[in-house]
Design a protein around this ligand. Structure first.
Ligand code: G6P
Length: 371
């Protein structure tokens, strides 16, 4: 088993370290030098052009990857995008027809609710595209087309590298739609693909910065709860950070849209409560950056211990960060591919310090094939 972990203490540590490859391998083969290519045989550009609405359906971390995708796909394509928990979607009457694209995101390809959501969508003639990490699994078999994530086998029950690969594949879907619809020119698509291709390097740089995050994890391991705040694509990252902490450390953790702070979450803030804030780039998102800055000040003024994830060189946040995690600068919409990583490591280290098996958290299964 030690050999299988490639020198790492756990599969999760190994899988976190494999994230540069998970992103790079998922991109491979999807750009022919001119155009994004998804699943040409089964879902070509003519079909993508007729799509007038997108649903992303998924569970768990895969659902969070869909929330990230919504920001990118709406921005790039001007198509309405709804993101739904598969377990809700399948029991509703979602408004679908043959011009709806349903993107079913699943690492395993076997999650019962996501599979039923696919069947529910197909019965209403929607086009179903699977984003999946497991060759030949049930969800891609029952879908019209598939984009495989190439994260490799993921053993840790709490998703890490598969999540980054899902976000990557979802971006490819968004770019393919934008290209087919003409909402992006060919040179913009090429430039965006190039930006994605540079992400594995930023992921590597991020992985090198994490020792202080592990120390932080050890120092806050006896907290009762942790809050996570974010805006825009940082909001799903906050949700994912909270999910990781629940899954691994059995700690009460909640992710919130930072704009909701005054509508409830701020009542939870008390002396010493760790609050993790995912902050966007001050250069590319100045308005949202300033909003988050005031959110950080608000919670700090009420005694929270602020843990701020920001962009390197952003010196405006440092005075309000009890702990600052500086990430390499990447395009605003792609930030989740780096900002998620310190949250994975933080949760893992808190769980380890509390004495838990981070590969096999209690009560959880890698793949939920029964309801
Ligand atoms: C389980 C796993 C999660 C995963 C979710 C969805 O809850 O523990 O890590 O995000 O299932 O799994 P899927 O295979 O459909 O992506």
């Amino acid at each position: 088993a030690a050999a299988e972990k490639g020198g790492f203490a756990t599969f999760m540590d190994k899988e976190i370290a494999e994230q540069p490859a998970a992103v790079a391998d998922t991109l491979r083969g999807h750009f022919d030098g001119t155009r994004i290519v998804l699943d040409e045989q089964r879902l070509g550009e003519d079909e993508l052009r007729t799509i007038d609405k997108v649903f992303v359906v998924a569970c768990g971390s895969a659902y969070h990857s869909g929330l990230v995708a919504k920001y990118a796909i709406e921005h790039w394509t001007r198509l309405p995008v709804e993101v739904e928990l598969a377990s809700e979607f399948r029991y509703r009457d979602p408004v679908l027809d043959r011009d709806t694209l349903v993107v079913a995101v699943s690492q395993s390809g076997e999650t019962a609710d996501t599979l039923e959501a696919v069947r529910h969508a197909r019965r209403q003639r929607a086009r179903v595209l699977a984003v999946c990490n497991t060759n030949g699994s049930q969800i891609p078999r029952e879908s019209d087309a598939v984009v495989y994530t190439h994260a490799g086998p993921e053993v840790g029950v709490a998703s890490t590298k598969a999540f980054l690969a899902q976000i990557t594949a979802n971006y490819l879907v968004g770019l393919a739609l934008a290209q087919a619809r003409g909402t992006k020119y060919a040179d913009e698509v090429a430039r965006d693909f190039q930006a994605l291709s540079e992400i594995p390097r930023a992921v590597e740089q991020t992985l090198e910065l994490l020792e202080p995050v592990r120390e932080l994890g050890r120092s806050i391991a006896d907290s009762k709860a942790v809050l996570f705040l974010g805006r825009h694509v940082g909001f799903p990252v906050a949700l994912e950070g909270a999910l990781k902490l629940k899954e691994l450390a059995y700690m009460h953790a909640e992710g919130f849209a930072a704009g909701e702070l005054k509508h409830g979450p701020i009542a939870l803030v008390e002396e010493g409560l760790p609050v993790v804030v995912v902050t966007p780039s001050p250069k590319s998102m100045p308005l949202l950056h300033s909003k988050l800055l005031s959110n950080i000040r608000e919670v700090q003024a009420r005694g929270a211990r602020t843990i701020v994830i920001g962009e390197e060189g952003d010196d405006t946040i440092a005075p309000f960060a009890d702990f600052l995690i500086e990430l390499p600068r990447v395009p605003a919409l792609l930030q989740p591919l780096v900002s998620t990583i310190p949250l994975q490591v933080l949760a893992a280290e808190i769980a380890r310090t509390r004495g838990y098996d981070i590969d096999k958290p209690r009560n959880l299964a890698k793949s939920v094939t029964v309801e």
